[in-house]
Design a protein around this ligand. Structure first.
Ligand code: ZN
Length: 133
């Protein structure tokens, strides 16, 4: 079962919590046991799962990526100036897979699902595929 929704980023580099939306989709699917794939069809955005309590963790991840992947020094910058965004997205990856048990995502207490935009602000599409066992 394929679902999708859009997310609007407001900054060039931003991590946005999308767990609530994915939870709604899992509920809507009525699947009790299975797998949930969260995927972005973009070359400069990614999906990650991490800390949901302290927002500084996401800012630390963005700072780390800024430090190791500076802007404006890549071959691809000659094309459209976003070489760093492509590299960051490649490291984060375009998807995550989460187990569904008893109708709920099997996320840990401190885990949430995040969309990472590295070339915002813009509208991003998120696909959610729910596969029943
Ligand atoms: Zn590009």
């Amino acid at each position: 079962m394929l679902f999708s929704f859009t997310v609007e980023s407001e900054k060039r580099n931003q991590i946005i919590d999308i767990t609530k939306k994915v939870n709604e989709i899992v509920k809507q699917s009525k699947v009790k046991e299975g797998i949930c794939v969260v995927y972005v069809p973009h070359a400069t955005a990614g999906i990650l799962i991490n800390e949901n309590w302290d927002p500084n963790v996401m800012l630390d991840i963005l700072d780390m990526l800024e430090k190791i992947i500076p802007r404006g020094v890549w071959r691809h910058d000659k094309v459209d100036g976003n070489g760093d965004a492509h590299i960051k997205a490649a490291l984060v990856g375009p998807s995550e897979t989460i187990i569904i048990r008893e109708g709920r995502l099997l996320l840990g207490r401190w885990q949430d699902i995040m969309l990472a935009d590295f070339d915002g602000p813009r509208r991003r599409t998120v696909y959610v595929e729910i596969i029943s066992k």
